[in-house]
Design a binder for this molecule. Sequence first.
Ligand SMILES: *[C@@H]1O[C@H](CO)[C@@H](O)[C@H](O)[C@H]1NC(C)=O
Ligand SMILES: *[C@@H]1O[C@H](CO)[C@@H](O)[C@H](O)[C@H]1NC(C)=O
Length: 492
Amino acid sequence: MQFGSIVTLLAVFLILAQTFEYDTEYDIGELITCEEDCKCDHTEPSTITCDKVKFEEEDLTTANLKLMDKSAIYKVVKLTNNRIKMLNKKQIVPQLAKNVEELDFSDNLIRAIDDKAFDDFAKLKVLKLSDNHLDFEDMENVFTSKLGKSLDRLYLDHNKQLNDVPKGFFDGLTNLKTLVLDGNVNLELTDKTFGKGMKNLEELSLDDCNISDLPLGIFDGLPKLQRLSLRGNPFTKIPDAINKIKNLKILDLSETSITEMTENSLSNDHSIQHLIMQNLEYLTMIDNCAFCGLQELKVIDFSDCKHLFSINDNAFGSKSKQTPPKLEEVHFDNCNLSTLHEDLANWEDLKKLSIGGNPLNCDCNLKWLLDNPHLQTFNGVTPTCAQPESLKDMPLNKVNDKVCPQAKINTGIFSEPKKRKCLSFVALVLAITFVVLVLVAIFGFIQYTRRRGRLTNVFYRPELPQMSYNKLPTNPDLMSKSYTYSIQQEKA
Ligand SMILES: *[C@@H]1O[C@H](CO)[C@@H](O)[C@H](O)[C@H]1NC(C)=O
Ligand SMILES: *[C@@H]1O[C@H](CO)[C@@H](O)[C@H](O)[C@H]1NC(C)=O
């Protein structure tokens, strides 16, 4: 009995002690040294890095750090990979606050930040709060207009609790140029999310946010947006909201579920220079005029689209009236293409071309690529032939003599007689055609005179079913569904 009550008392005492310690944890702060706890680097930009700090088995749980050297100045402060839970005003490296330009709190356990916590950081340009437990509601008065005077880049990626953005949340950040919200799968985006305050934002990243469509007006408050990354979101088509961005220069839609690049899906994005669409698991075709609106296009990257087997000859508008863009970098490596058409684009300014890892058919259609010295810059995987059988697996730059040997005959001394033979054959065909036509006309005339008024029936032609080059159904909906189905089957 007595022993029991002693144990109980002891337990109560221990619990009380624990609570006391917990309550006072944030106020004490920690004295740190460059020798034992953190790394101090005085080369420009001067940086103090306190990564995964251990004080005799204890983790670092506070940003309230004090340095021995009271006059130390650091422009970059990194408190990454610790167990900091809160950021309190006046208790974030207070000695250094005045001069800090970059603060990095990535990989902590931060749940809450005091109102105006960063207002003392008059020179703060970059704030990284990646991989924490932040919630918009617990930091409503953190991104003030005072902080907004200096802040240039803000990272709030991989905070799984971030969901609906309170109205005007980012409005104080009038000088912000870059906002990173990657990996926040519960984000609820509306037309009001990026309000009027962010008029200078140039770069927005929303990778891996599980967004399947975007509200049409979501980018309306971002008149200077130039770079947009939407990698790894389950879009099945290009969201219309993208078409409303006035001066978009770089667009990344890699690793999305887009099935087809259709005509005019980027019709209003006239300024796009870089189009990055790597690893589109469900993409099979690039259609007629898919890039017709993109006159400024310089870099196009569809690498690792392993089911992409067809690019329409007029995808860039080289066959219709528009002048095609002058491409500088073209990446179609590891797709399922058998050829790359010479007339596809304007290759005048080409600097890099990668088409390795495709089942190339090394026939006359690919000859232009081998003959043109400017086009032999192959990056990454060396392209090889898959067809014809005689050239199978041979690198493209080693088969120049063997591809399309007939094409060479024309330049040789014996080309004339061959040509004549060819001509006489053509003449024969023409003569036969002429005779047949005359016979048909006579027959038609007889029919006409026999049954007057039925002229149209004489040359009646039954309507042919529509022909297409591939064996797949012409209805794109059907096609993408069957492809999706087969891919899922493979996975299962
Ligand atoms: C993504 O969203 C879908 C519904 O749109 C949901 O079923 C799925 O669980 C979400 N995935 C994650 C990782 O949150
Ligand atoms: C590549 O295309 C061929 C037909 O051209 C098809 O048989 C094959 O399944 C395709 N491969 C992939 C990975 O889509």
